[in-house]
Write a new protein. Structure first.
Length: 361
């Protein structure tokens, strides 16, 4: 009997053990790869960053692998290595669309920031050396920016047309095409504004702050060592003298005269009329057209039609440029990186001459 009882107990133990083995432990959570996946991702990320950092050296060492520039004798800054994406239309004549957006300020891109002005300038240079490009559709949506940056892009557009006979530029304005953005648009053969566009603001502005009275109240003293009495123009800790104001005003006037002169030249308007309009005021599209500052009020399809008309074609094939896909370019896109406006705020800049619409900023 004892042996039989022992057998029953053993069976019960075996049965209980079997149940425990086949039943998952209570409240036990399943985990993914966790820390291991994080380490793997960081290693891949580091590898991509290192690859991007040494891409220039790799291109120099293995030019046959990386060479994709059809203008083989041109450098990267002359003929950037963009992808061409078919955007709209069809035909044997090619046009590239180039956006002018945000604050117009030149400056180098960093791995984490994108400068839309630099992109536009590189795109214009690429189109200039590409014999297959017969026109540019300039899509302008900006309140302006730096005097020199605006002038450089204007000049680049003029060079595009001069590089090959018969080339044309058509500008279409978005929400805003004011001051420096209008300056750039002057290089176009034809300017179209949307019915809701704000344009104009022809003029120059230079801004600074003066905290001399506040510093005096707080007991803060200015220590400036200068080589001449005009070396510290617009010193924020000293009252602005009339002599300094005159020097700055002369510079502003010179930049203004250039702006007004280009409006008169490109829009075929008397300089006297331009100066009546060029007091910094903004215009609706209707007002701008009535004063000869633009040619037409319309939409993107009107710009396509005008390009075809100017190029004596029934239709044109429109492309856009984009940076070739890689991890660093992905991070530099505005959606993931820092915008041009924030980038410019982060830079240390003193007072600047600007062709910029200044709505209370």
């Amino acid at each position: 009997m004892e042996s039989t009882d022992e057998a029953v107990v053993e069976d019960a133990v075996v049965e209980e053990t079997t149940v425990r083995v086949n039943t998952p432990p209570p409240n036990k959570k399943k985990h993914g790869c966790g820390f291991g996946c994080l380490i793997t991702f960081l290693i891949i990320l580091a590898g991509l960053v290192i690859l991007g950092a040494f891409s220039k050296q790799l291109k120099e060492r293995f030019p046959d692998i990386f060479e994709s520039n059809p203008q083989g004798s041109a450098g990267e800054d002359e003929f950037p290595d963009f992808e061409e994406v078919w955007s709209a239309g069809e035909g044997d004549v090619n046009v590239v669309r180039i956006p002018i957006t945000g604050m117009i300020m030149l400056g180098e891109n960093s791995p984490w920031m994108i400068n839309t002005t630099e992109f536009a300038l590189r795109a214009i240079r690429r189109a200039t050396l590409d014999e297959d490009i017969s026109g540019i559709l300039l899509e302008v949506d900006s309140g302006g920016g730096g005097v020199t940056a605006s002038d450089i892009i204007y000049h680049a557009l003029k060079q595009f047309k001069a590089a090959k006979e018969g080339r044309v530029v058509v500008a279409i304005m978005g929400d805003t095409a004011a001051s420096g953005a209008y300056y750039i648009s002057l290089a176009a053969d034809y300017i179209i504004a949307h019915p809701t566009t704000i344009t104009g603001s022809i003029g120059v502005i230079m801004q600074s702050y003066n905290v001399s009275q506040l510093a005096q109240k707080l007991g803060v003293s200015d220590v400036t060592v200068r080589s001449g009495e005009n070396k510290d123009l617009l010193n924020a800790f000293q009252p602005v003298s009339n002599a300094h104001k005159e020097i700055i005003q002369e510079t502003v006037n010179a930049m203004y005269e250039r702006f007004a002169g280009l409006v008169a030249e490109n829009r075929k308007l008397p300089l006297s009329k331009v100066k009546q309009l060029a007091d910094g005021r903004i215009f609706t599209s209707e007002q701008a057209k009535a004063n000869g500052l633009i040619d037409e009020i319309g939409y993107i399809e009107d710009a396509y039609s005008k390009l075809a008309e100017l190029l004596d074609e029934k239709s044109v094939c429109i492309y856009r440029y984009q940076e070739r896909e890689n991890f660093l370019n992905f991070l530099k896109r505005p959606k993931y990186g820092l915008s041009t406006e924030l980038q410019n705020l982060l830079k240390e800049r003193g007072p600047q001459l600007q062709y910029r619409w200044n709505p209370g900023l």
